[in-house]
Design a protein around this ligand. Structure first.
Ligand code: WQD
Length: 325
């Protein structure tokens, strides 16, 4: 009973590999290392290759007796998806179809998919339940929704899947072994860390004139270790004959950019150097999760608060200014 983790050398993938190993599950990782780091794969076999290489995936399924898959392998930069759409459709959807075809041929019928709250676009209100209409506002989100729809239809063929719609993953592993590389991330938390630790870096708050209490956007920041555990729970759900579904994975708590800066300043014992810039196109004003379904169906709950998220990120970036390099 082995779980194949595609993209397991990535930020969330590597944390999930550790959570699966901590749950005594056998794991094999497939990653191209195009954007992943081999040092992030701990206590699991790493095979360097592409999910679209059907001969390789078939060999892995046979050799490791794969019974389930956690699928992370995808591009995830929203901005890049708008300038290179075909790259995103090819890698995130067409390659996933090839992967699914191979898995079906090898009777692998349990599939956990790394989806995103970005499928909601700008929701009418928050907290957001899974019943919220989907309205992707960028190609990255479109590709995530496309795979969700493919998975929903493959349930007819006996493929049981659960698509986890992540809110804002942040932080680093509690033992400081796995974290993000601020050189490649456009996300808020790594950039706030860089503003604190790299005095050449210019950090900008993208707008403080939104209709929120302090004028800055609100998001649901979830510790990457809590997010990783949700994948283990998702496999447990599928193994106890859970049927195909989608699930939000967030804390249910909204935090504004200003509030996050205040927590970061307390932890770093200094203000976060920043300027207030223009709004970023496509930024929803407020998006945070209603995580009731994951709480109930997966028996999953977030355990880390914002302080823990920011502290782990600060510890990681203070000791790994160049990521894994
Ligand atoms: C958070 C807030 C920005 C950077 C994206 C993807 C989503 C998911 C997570 C993959 C926003 C503000 C940010 C900066 C800022 N990725 N900000 N200055 O946009 O909520 O979600 O990443 O699944 O799919 O859409 O995350 O961290 O980029 O932004 O003011 O330099 O921080 O405006 O309000 P986002 P983010």
């Amino acid at each position: 009973m082995t779980t194949l983790v595609t993209g397991g050398a990535g930020y969330i993938g590597a944390q999930t590999v550790r959570a699966l190993r901590n749950a005594s599950r056998d794991v094999v990782v497939l990653d191209t290392l195009e954007r992943g780091n081999k040092q992030a794969v701990i206590d699991a076999k790493l095979i360097v290759g592409d999910i679209a290489d059907q001969r390789l995936v078939a060999k892995i399924c046979r050799k490791y007796k794969v019974t389930s898959v956690v699928h992370f392998a995808a591009y995830k930069a929203v901005g890049e998806s708008m300038t290179h759409p075909m790259k995103y459709w090819q890698n995130n959807v067409s390659s996933t179809l090839k992967l699914l075809e191979t898995l079906q041929a090898h009777n692998v019928s349990q599939f956990v998919f790394s989806s995103s709250a970005a499928v909601y676009g700008t929701p009418k209100s928050s907290p957001v339940t899974e019943k919220e209409p989907t309205f992707p506002e960028n190609v990255y989100a479109e590709t995530k929704l496309a795979v969700e729809n493919i998975l929903r239809s493959l349930a007819i063929d006996g493929l049981n899947s659960i698509s986890l719609r992540y809110f804002n993953a942040a932080g680093a592993s509690s033992d400081n072994k796995i974290g993000e590389d601020w050189a490649t991330s456009q996300n808020l938390v790594p950039r706030v860390m860089r503003a604190l630790l790299d005095d050449k870096f210019k950090f900008e708050v993208f707008g403080d004139d939104y209709a929120t209490p302090d004028g800055t956007c609100i998001r649901d920041y979830i510790h990457v270790e809590d997010l990783a555990v949700a994948h283990v729970k998702a496999l447990d759900y599928l193994e106890s004959s859970g049927t195909t579904t989608v699930c939000n994975v967030g804390t249910g708590k909204g935090t504004s950019v200003t509030q996050l800066l205040e927590v970061a300043a307390k932890i770093a014992k200094r203000e976060v150097p920043h300027t207030i810039g223009a709004r970023r196109k496509g930024d929803p004003v407020s998006v945070f999760a209603d995580a009731t379904l994951a709480n109930k169906v997966l028996d999953w709950h977030a355990t880390h608060d914002l302080q823990s998220i920011i502290q782990s990120a600060f510890t990681w970036h203070s000791t790994h200014p160049n990521g894994y390099r």
